[in-house]
Design a protein around this ligand. Structure first.
Ligand code: ADP
Length: 503
């Protein structure tokens, strides 16, 4: 097994990696770092998000920058502000024990004059979003004529966002002698054109990540009418209050609408999309990272590059037009060896799209049901009761308050008191839970519900069908029978599932 020690990195960098807890290189790191450390040639790295590409190019870059030369020697282009900031942060960390390098991220949405002022101090590595860099070049705030390395990170995404012309122009300002390192999750024709135009006999590393990225992700779908999706989402959030997730929408407007619906119903949610100011985006991300928000509602573009490792769920409020995005989205969960659930809210034709996804990604979607009100109530009561029962009383309550409580409640029976407590707890469940939100209108187009139909959602999956054959059955992994099917209605014996408080 290769370790970071075998890749040719300096002691200073190895020390940082050990502090970061990076024990062994990811596949893309293992295959890229030795080449990027020494080769004077262009490079293509194809791997999905979440595979450790930043370190794959960032570590060699650290080693190859001449700390004594104050000129801008490396330029990293990234599609979004968040990604740019994260790259800058990681590069700064990687250089901790090396001679201090000047690293700066510049991106749109922030005050350009402040950036111009900061750029007066020469930056050896500039990380930029293409649009803002063009502006800065126009104002003569950056000089790229000494650049030795250009990194195009998430190149496919930059093209999707319409940055092709900006990239063309930026590259014109860089010397022909530079090395270009291109990283991308996919290799569409547009990228091939860039490669043909700007790269010279590139060394290519391709990580077959389709399967890798999907390892540990449970792909699920729930048939639900479009108009019922917001309420269905609430039910899932109610059912598993400890979940943390991103809800993907196609448009900014939809992102905003879903976030407003959730906020109105007192969920800890907020929207992340391109129309927010930099400050607003930073604030939302900070709250999410600090667990102040349970879910982010995001467009594909805004969520790209979010570096949050502990997401339990990715929700697809609707499927993306470009199905390649499904992999990017679902890769937001099950990061760094954890498990995660990718759940598609499938209305109408979306069920057909699932079939195509199953085929092209070699995955299987399991059908789940929208949790019904009874199941949610039962789970919530169970948690509420456990909370109360596990509270330590000794020394905490002043006897006078116990007396007061006794006087206040003393007049009613225990049964009556219990009924009132339960009723008041259940009132906290905000949206109407009486409606059946499952769309049973017609049979599905995708997913493997044929296999599950017999079980009616017993919480067991067909072990044979999974990519990850060694894993124990789902029910064991979740530790709790009800969770698999989010409190699905029937057991395999046809009886309604019951939730009992844990003893
Ligand atoms: P990508 O650029 O491919 O989307 P990142 O570089 O953002 O992926 O890496 C994803 C996450 O994995 C980050 O939080 C990063 O700190 C972490 N990471 C990267 N390489 C390693 C490694 N070798 N060991 C442990 N964690 C790693």
């Amino acid at each position: 097994m290769t370790s970071f020690n075998d890749l040719g990195l300096s002691q200073e960098v190895l020390k940082v990696l050990s502090e970061l807890g990076f024990e062994k290189p990811s596949e893309i790191q293992e295959k890229s770092i030795p080449t990027l450390l020494t080769a004077e040639r262009d490079f293509i790295g194809l791997a999905q998000t979440g595979t450790g590409k930043t370190a794959a190019f960032g570590l060699p870059l650290m080693e190859r920058i001449d700390a004594k030369d104050r000129a801008t020697q490396a330029l990293v282009l990234a599609p979004t502000r968040e990604l740019g900031q994260q790259i800058a942060q990681q590069l700064t960390t990687f250089s901790k024990y090396k001679n201090k390098l000047n690293v700066m991220a510049v991106y749109g949405g922030a005050n350009i004059s402040t950036q111009i002022k900061a750029l007066k101090n020469p930056q050896q590595i500039i990380i930029a979003t293409p649009g803002r860099l063009i502006d800065l070049i126009g104002r003569k705030a950056v000089k790229l004529n000494q650049v030795k390395f250009v990194v195009l990170d998430e190149a496919d995404e930059m093209l999707n966002m319409g940055f092709k012309e900006d990239i063309d122009r930026i590259l014109e300002f860089t010397p022909d002698t530079k090395n270009t390192w291109l990283f991308s999750a996919t290799m569409p024709n547009e990228i091939k054109k860039i490669v043909d135009l700007y790269m010279d006999d590139p060394f290519e590393v391709r990580i077959n990540t389709k399967e890798k990225v999907n390892v540990n992700i449970d792909h699920q779908y729930v048939p639900v009418k479009h108009s019922n999706k917001p309420e269905a989402l609430c039910r899932f959030l109610d059912m598993i209050p400890e979940m943390r997730g991103v809800v993907f929408c196609r448009t900014k407007r939809e992102t905003q609408n879903v976030a407003e619906f959730l906020l109105k119903n007192k969920y800890r949610a907020d929207a992340l999309h391109g129309d927010l100011s930099q400050n607003q985006r930073d604030r939302v991300m900070k709250r999410f990272k600090e667990h102040d928000l349970q879910v982010l509602i995001a467009t594909d573009v805004a969520a790209r590059g979010i570096d949050v490792n502990d997401l339990t769920h990715v929700f697809h409020f609707n499927l993306p037009d470009d199905l390649a995005y499904y992999t990017h989205r679902s890769g937001r969960t099950a990061r760094a060896g954890k498990e995660g659930i990718s759940l598609v809210f499938a209305a109408g034709k979306e069920k057909e799209k699932l079939k195509r996804l199953e085929k092209s990604l070699k995955i299987t979607f399991d059908k789940v049901e929208v949790p019904d009100g009874d199941s949610i109530a039962a789970i919530r009561l169970q948690k509420w009761a456990q909370n109360i029962l596990s509270t330590k009383v000794k020394g905490k309550v002043d006897p006078q308050f116990l007396e007061l409580a006794d006087a206040l409640f003393g007049g009613i029976s225990k049964e009556e008191l219990l009924a009132k407590l339960v009723a008041s707890e259940l009132e906290k469940l905000s949206v109407d839970k009486s409606k059946d939100l499952n769309d049973n209108s017609r049979s599905r187009g995708g997913g493997n519900d044929g296999r599950r139909r017999g079980g009616g959602g017993s919480g067991q999956r067909d072990g044979k069908s999974r990519r990850n054959k060694k894993r124990p059955p789902q029910s064991k992994r979740r530790g709790e029978e009800g969770k698999r099917n989010y409190g699905g209605k029937k057991r395999s014996d046809g009886k309604k599932r019951r939730f009992r408080p844990k003893k």
